[in-house]
Design a protein around this ligand. Sequence first.
Ligand code: PRT
Ligand code: ZN
Length: 211
Amino acid sequence: MKLRIAIQKSGRLHEDSIKLLKECGIDINNGVNKLKTEASNFPLEVFFLRDDDIPQYVEDGVADIGMVGENVVLEKNRSVKVATKLGFGKCRLSLAVPRSVEYNGVKDMDKLRIATSYPVILEKFLKENGITADIHEISGSVEIAPGIGLADAICDLVSSGSTLFMNGLKEVEVILKSESVLITNNNLNAEQQQLLEKLLFRIQAVKKAKN
Ligand code: PRT
Ligand code: ZN
């Protein structure tokens, strides 16, 4: 039996996910455009998927475990377990408004139109803060929404802050601090659980060595 892991096919987490597996001593040959591959020296099958799909595949048991941003796990709200943080893909989900706008606190968001790709996390945050806003879900280029008159504010991922800056926006609230996590299916059998523990042991060793 092999443990099946889902990682991002291409994008910001792809390289670091493969690097972590390699640092765990797991050799995988990841040819371009492959949908899956196998490790040569560990009972591991690797599926390459869009990050948005990873929580569902792991919930459904199509993959046993997965590496994905905590931001995606929370947004998709699937029933999976978070086994450990992985130390890469660090970013924050933040609210931002045009630089020229005066901002005195989250209450200023009341009645505004906010563009985001994270409607679930945003709605929860607004509710917790007693704010009623108009959430506009858009799938990409969220940061241009205020400039084209589509929204008054945005809720988007930020790492260096340069995208916000280039679009004349300023970060005003951090809603979530995120990094990549290892998620697991809720119903792993004993053998899968054993393989997971072996992998987790190696991941912890890699993380320790880096500190
Ligand atoms: O194709 P697929 O659906 O798999 O990929 P994707 O395009 O949805 O995701 P991708 O590869 O862009 O990001 C994957 C994950 O990387 C995210 O879910 C986060 O967990 C993590 N991550 C870390 C980031 C960033 N940092 C980040 N800066 N994801 C996106 N950004 C974007 C942000 O949306 C904004 O457009 O980068 C821009 C801001 O960056 P700065 O440095 O200018 O602040
Ligand atoms: Zn995605």
